[in-house]
Design a protein around this ligand. Structure first.
Ligand SMILES: *Cc1c(COP(=O)(O)O)cnc(C)c1O
Length: 387
């Protein structure tokens, strides 16, 4: 028999430290209300920011594609899995992002692992914001390059870390666009200037900016008006505001061609089901054209912030649909989440190692499908949280 006493001990330690994670089983589509254990919960933890995951026309496109192409893609893109719908989506995303080319990946996690390792290697240096998403940190570590983390959004600290860079050394600065657990924005203009000065790649993962930010929903990079030269490696995910699944990398012809040849998480995995690509083509049209969804989201966030200040809650410097309330230790976050749950509100408690020690929090997210009444209901419940 396998010796697994050490595993049991580790699980026990996690429980003792209030770090044990459990899953709730949902028996409904994504939306403002979720059905969980026979209860209807008002949902404030989804990344379906624009409310597209269950949109009738997105579903219809999915169904039509399933009728035509079936379910599975059959193989990897480089074998016989690269379909018409995948290719059309790549071209439409290239137009959308204003980049020469786009490459689809099956998940954002795999995109980040694959891209950094394909572009960087031994001898190079990868610089990452301390609060970057786990997939970016893992990608940097896996690449074999020297790995350095700089203080969150701290340009002075990054500059200091880049000081020892040799002229012929390959370098890459990697950052979230909208930070996933804090909701604040990376200083992209300053990062881009520094990267260009140093001859380094700048890679921006805007998983939480796409859909919600920019005049056409093309994210923080659109909002800051940064082109392909200024942000040469741009990553977006499709499982959040797009409401489907998968991810993409946008960049120059030569970068995308390099990824096709070298990114192992692209080459050695099955392509997304074609129907997911078809559904995403439809959701992309809603992202671009339904600017009312972004406006509504902004309005809801403002209403929340005003109300939260009135009841004395400490907000983080976030203007995005991610509005965290930092509580401190894991038990405090768990208890607050549980208290809200009892009142029919689902707000997830985020604990270390997802966030730094001592900054466990409620991570509140909004959707364009929420109403002002939903916000008020949330504020009312937050006001009633035991101190
Ligand atoms: C969610 C997320 C990912 C991972 O994307 P998946 O498609 O869910 O694997 C990567 N980066 C950031 C910043 C994210 O928030």
């Amino acid at each position: 028999m396998v010796k697994q006493n050490n595993l049991l001990a580790t699980l026990d330690e996690l429980k003792q430290a209030n770090l044990y994670r459990t899953r709730r089983i949902i028996d409904s589509a994504q939306g403002v209300y979720l059905r969980v254990d026979g209860r209807k919960l008002l949902n404030f933890c989804s990344n379906d920011y624009l409310g597209l995951a269950n949109h009738p026309q997105v579903i219809e496109s999915f169904k039509q594609a399933v009728d035509k192409y079936g379910v599975g893609s059959g193989s990897a893109h480089l074998v016989c899995g690269h379909g018409y719908e995948h290719h059309a989506l790549e071209e439409e995303l290239a137009d959308f992002t204003g980049r020469e080319r786009v490459l689809l990946f099956s998940t954002g996690y795999m995109a980040n692992l694959g891209v950094i390792a394909a572009l960087m290697g031994k001898g190079g240096v990868v610089y990452e914001d301390k609060l970057n998403h786990a997939s970016l940190l893992d990608g940097g570590l896996l690449s074999g390059a020297k790995f350095k983390r700089y203080l969150h959004n701290d340009m002075h600290n990054l500059q200091a870390k880049m000081h020892g860079l040799m002229p012929d050394q390959q370098a890459m600065i990697v950052t979230d666009g909208v930070f996933s657990m804090d909701g604040d924005y990376a200083p992209l203009e300053a990062l881009s200037e520094l990267a260009q000065q140093q001859g380094a790649y700048l890679m921006v993962d805007d998983a939480h900016g796409f859909g919600g930010l920019g005049a056409t929903g093309a994210g923080l990079v659109e909002q800051c008006q940064l082109n392909q030269q200024q942000v040469p490696v741009l990553v977006g995910t499709l499982g959040k505001a797009f409401g489907t699944s998968g991810a993409f990398v946008a960049g120059s012809e030569v970068i995308i061609e390099t990824l096709i040849q070298k990114a192992r998480t692209y080459i050695y995995t099955t392509a997304l089901p074609p129907a997911i690509a078809a559904a995403t083509r439809t959701s992309l049209q809603f992202v671009i054209n339904d600017s009312w969804r972004r406006d509504k989201l902004k309005m809801l966030v403002q209403r929340f912030q005003t109300g939260a200040r009135q009841i004395g809650l400490d907000l983080m410097p976030s203007e995005s649909a991610i509005q965290p309330i930092v509580l401190g230790n894991s038990l405090q976050a768990l208890q607050a989440s549980e208290h809200l749950l009892q009142q029919g509100l689902w707000v997830s408690a985020i604990r270390p190692p997802t966030v730094p020690e001592g900054s466990a929090r409620l991570r509140i997210t909004f959707s364009a499908q929420h109403t002002e009444q939903h916000i008020d209901q949330l504020l009312c419940a937050l006001e009633g949280l035991p101190a």
